[in-house]
Design a binder for this molecule. Structure first.
Ligand code: ADP
Length: 284
């Protein structure tokens, strides 16, 4: 089950002077329940790739399977894919428009022709998942903070009960606290529901702490694919394509020159702290 991409290529404006190959022979398998960080600098193909995963763009070449069904089969119902693969665009709060938070989140389920009651039930469930309290349901979305607006917008996608949630730069434009809050909430959501989450980011710092797997894109290709530890071990190669490992990975490498027993594979501040303390204890 899950998703499988085989030799996917995508070309914008083929047969014109603006021809641009944005995806180049992408092969990926995504299992149900994975928490994945999709990383790459601007223009590396991340947005193009995720728009393939819910059928907004159709591959110029190659195949995509969702739960073992080829989504390009003529009799495949694209609406099934779109309702199961939820895509949260950058700055999704710009698309809030209803008079209350609850009505806004009900909009998607109602569009699927659900009764008002069922739509409302789903909306409340989704709002709870993103940590919004009942007191906020009747507020105008425009009364909320930036971080809260974003949660409401994410709830709008969750109300469709997707199996896969893809978030394009969910922390863009938020302050550090807002960033941590939203990522913690997404992490909690993943743990509680087991939904597959794909977090698109250009920042290793943002994803290192949360995801189980990092896919690094470069020039329309998958450049690396592995656990955070495996990916950060190759910090030099990441730098070669304009990315970097999280700062803590560099810090432990420098400290190892003083403490030769210090492991250098920490990817989060917590891990580094634990390793450093252990090392200091051993030196006593
Ligand atoms: P990312 O999300 O990693 O920033 P994109 O998928 O947006 O990357 O872009 C990949 C490449 O495709 C870039 O070179 C970009 O300029 C090009 N591209 C993106 N959208 C279009 C478009 N609508 N028309 C032509 N080229 C595009």
């Amino acid at each position: 089950m899950g998703m499988r991409l085989e030799h996917v290529n995508y070309i914008y404006s083929p047969d014109t002077a603006f021809r641009k190959q944005a995806l180049n022979d992408i092969n990926l398998e995504i299992q149900d329940g994975e928490f994945i960080g999709l990383i790459g600098h601007t223009g590396s193909g991340k947005s193009t790739l995720i728009q393939h995963l819910n059928g907004l763009l159709k591959a110029t070449e190659g195949k995509i399977y969702f739960n073992d069904k080829n989504i390009y089969d003529p009799d495949y119902r694209m609406i099934d894919l779109r309702s199961q693969v939820g895509l949260v665009f950058q700055y999704p709060e710009h698309q809030l428009f209803e008079v209350t938070v609850l009505k806004d989140v009900c909009y998607g389920p109602k569009n699927l022709k659900m009764s008002d009651e069922e739509a409302c039930e789903r909306a409340k469930e989704a709002l709870a998942m993103v940590g919004m309290s009942e007191q906020d349901y009747e507020k105008s979305p425009f009364e909320l903070s930036g971080g809260q607006k974003r949660r409401v917008a994410i709830a709008g996608v969750l109300a469709m009960r997707p199996k896969v949630l893809i978030l394009d730069e969910p922390t863009a434009g938020l302050d550090p606290k807002g960033r941590n809050d939203i990522l913690d909430q997404i992490d909690l959501l993943h743990k509680k529901t087991g939904i597959t989450v794909i977090l698109v980011s250009h920042s290793m710092e943002d994803v290192a702490k949360y995801v189980d797997r990092i896919i690094v894109m470069n020039r329309g290709k998958v450049f690396m694919d592995g656990t955070p530890k495996k990916v950060f071990e190759r910090a030099d190669e990441l730098e070669g394509i304009g990315l970097a490992a999280p700062q803590v990975a560099y810090l432990v490498r420098r400290l190892q020159k003083v403490f030769p027993d210090l492991p250098t594979d920490a990817t989060t501040v917590e891990e580094a702290k634990r390793d450093i303390l252990r090392c200091l204890e051993a030196e006593k």
